[in-house]
Design a protein around this ligand. Structure first.
Ligand code: AMP
Length: 270
């Protein structure tokens, strides 16, 4: 493993196939799965570790976001990552940057809850693609809307990168792995798996033809009763992220809810 902070030290030969995994660090098994995939499919696996300030809102957790480069480097080395690219904020943003705004698919759900978030994501991913120039980039379906936003960006701007989206890696009790799970108190950690339980319950109900609106409401109420503050629990078409009334092919149930001060998101494909 080579840890590099300067783009100039990332000397990738033009002939090698590069698989790229953009991350914000605090690695867990979800990140490591993406790295393993990138390693399997390519000659070189490059992972970026950059806590991107432009995708955090003013009152979000940029300052307290978990950071531990030594631990992350050890884990990346274990799965065979070739380069860990960890640039500084001033190297990535030497001055206020040109921004990429993907229309429509950024307007609802996470985009509505977190104004500007997806502009920050699209911009940094574009910049990282231009720096690393990968053939293939790997993203987790845990962040379903982010996958759709990046897919739209690469299509709209004719970017020559192949995207691969990988299934969500979960804890034994079903909780989707997330760097933010460390914020949960012991008690909140016990309750947190209910999001995935409700996603599964709701999917099972919709798959046998139960009424969509009543099942979504039932899940929202059950999460509320357990102490969650639910931002949304919705059925969407994954092509457009639009809310839909009937299950179709490519539908997903998406959820976001706060438990105490920790905001959790998850989803399940129908
Ligand atoms: P982050 O460091 O949170 O920005 O995540 C980096 C990448 O890992 C993104 O593509 C995420 O979607 C992906 N990821 C995060 N959590 C999981 C998970 N539980 N399973 C699979 N991929 C994940």
């Amino acid at each position: 493993l080579r840890i590099v902070s300067r783009l100039a030290d990332l000397n990738l030969t033009a002939s090698s196939r590069v698989g790229f995994v953009p991350t914000m660090g605090a690695f867990h098994a979800g990140h490591l799965r993406l790295m393993e995939r990138a390693k399997e499919d390519n000659d070189l696996c490059v992972v970026s570790l950059f806590v991107n300030p432009t995708q955090f809102g003013k009152n979000e957790d940029f300052d307290k976001y978990p950071r531990d480069l030594d631990r992350d480097a050890m884990l990346a080395e274990e799965v065979g990552v070739d380069y860990l690219f960890a640039p500084s904020v001033s190297d990535v943003y030497p001055r206020p940057s040109t921004t990429i705004r993907v229309p429509v698919v950024t307007e609802m759900w996470e985009g509505a809850q977190r104004p500007g978030h997806f502009d920050g994501v699209a911009t940094v991913v574009c910049k990282l693609f231009n720096m690393v120039r990968p053939q293939t980039a790997y993203f987790g379906l845990k962040d379903l809307q982010q996958c759709i936003v990046i897919k739209r960006m690469t299509e709209d701007l004719n970017m020559a990168v192949l995207l691969k989206f990988e299934p969500t890696v979960r804890e034994a009790d079903g909780l989707a792995m997330s760097s933010r799970n460390v914020y949960l108190s012991g008690n909140e950690r016990q309750v947190a798996p209910l999001i995935y339980q409700e996603l599964r319950r709701c999917r099972a109900a919709l798959n046998v033809g139960e009424d969509v609106a009543s099942e979504l409401r039932r899940s929202t109420e059950s999460l509320g009763a357990a102490g969650f503050s639910v931002d949304y629990f919705a059925l969407v078409d994954t092509e457009t992220m639009h809310h839909i009334e009937k299950p179709v092919i490519n539908a997903a149930i998406i959820a976001a809810a706060k438990l105490g001060s920790t905001r959790l998101i998850d989803n399940i494909l129908l």
